[in-house]
Design a protein around this ligand. Structure first.
Ligand SMILES: Nc1nc2c(ncn2[C@@H]2O[C@H](COP(=O)(O)OP(=O)(O)OP(=O)(O)O)[C@@H](O)[C@H]2O)c(=O)[nH]1
Ligand SMILES: [Mg+2]
Length: 299
């Protein structure tokens, strides 16, 4: 039996340094170090340490743990909004963007798998016509997951592929069309224009499309890459985030820092390279998992 989502999240975040040490007396300095090692960033670390110190004065270690959990939940709550499909959209169009290698194509395969399991028909548009192997990579995932992929040869106009794919999805009554795009930086003007053109073409077909624009971010993203992501969101209307690679060298606290910095809903987390390694983001579960606690409802 596959592990329950919470257990899986907790296990994957297990490589993140422990924030609180169960049998040790609370110590603000250790907590601050642990928070920084977990990548929450200096500002959030300071906030959480202040809350923990206040709680320690009131009621010992249990109060500290509760205060950390409550504060983390409060910080994350505004960014905990699941991706909801609009049944009226036909197809519901998800545009997937991000810098090179952040995990876009892999995430699309996982998302397609999940949406199909939830009862939706899904189609993929191979709009990364820039990198030679990109179309093939998406097609391999499509074949494995039995998801149709609309593609043209490498080098063709991505907006034309988006146009074709939308028409095919509409003609075949597909529920969700997911559009893969080439990795790009906000500084690459021609590539940003290309993204705008994809949006325009889709918008001409359906004024509400794309219904969701996801920015896929590698969780190992440092301060510099986070600043780049902020500029990216300033020029592309991003509606949600997916943070990947939290199973590897990325630390779970990065999710807190990224959500706060970009002030956008975190829709899913990437927890590995396998098709099942995508989990919806939920503030309560995430706070508990990051602190190494049990699930709130089960507590
Ligand atoms: N460990 C781990 N690896 C991941 C995850 N998501 C993606 N990867 C790996 O990251 C690498 C890049 O993934 P892609 O999906 O090709 O990234 P991309 O953003 O489409 O890359 P470009 O199209 O070149 O911009 C691959 O080796 C993936 O297997 C994840 O959640 N965990
Ligand atoms: Mg790709």
């Amino acid at each position: 039996m596959p592990p329950r989502p919470f257990g899986r999240l907790r296990a994957k975040l297990g490589r993140t340094p422990r924030l609180i040490e169960p049998d040790k007396v609370f110590d603000a300095e250790t907590l601050e170090t642990n928070l920084l090692l977990a990548d929450v960033g200096a500002a959030i670390a300071a906030e959480l340490v202040a809350a923990a110190e206040k709680a320690a004065g009131r009621g010992g270690d249990a109060a500290v743990t509760a205060a950390l959990r409550d504060n983390l939940e409060n910080i994350l709550a505004p960014f905990s909004q699941p991706l909801l499909l609009d049944d009226a959209a036909q197809p519901f169009v998800i545009l997937v963007t991000g810098i090179n290698g952040s995990g876009k194509t892999t995430t699309i395969a996982k998302l397609a798998h999940r949406l199909r399991a939830e009862g939706n028909s899904v189609m993929l548009a191979a709009c990364d016509t820039f990198r030679a192997a990109a179309v093939e990579q998406l097609q391999v995932w499509g074949e494995r997951g039995n998801v149709p992929v609309i593609a043209q040869r490498s080098g063709s106009d991505p907006a034309a592929v988006a146009f074709d794919a939308w028409q095919a999805a509409r003609a075949r009554n597909v529920d969700v069309l997911i559009v893969d795009t080439a990795g790009r930086l906000h500084t690459q003007g021609h590539l940003m224009d290309e993204l705008a053109k994809i949006r325009r073409v889709l918008g001409r077909k359906d004024a509400a499309a794309p219904h969701e624009t996801l920015l896929v971010l590698d969780g190992t993203t440092g301060r510099n890459a986070l600043a780049q992501a902020r500029q990216f969101t300033a020029s592309v209307r991003v509606s949600g985030l997916i943070i990947t690679k939290l199973d590897g060298s990325a630390k779970g606290g990065a999710v807190v820092a990224i959500a706060r910095e970009l002030a956008l809903p975190v829709r899913y987390l990437g927890l590995g390279e396998g098709i099942e390694d995508l989990t919806p983001f939920d503030a309560q579960s995430f706070a508990s998992a990051l602190l190494g606690l049990g699930e709130r409802d089960a507590a």
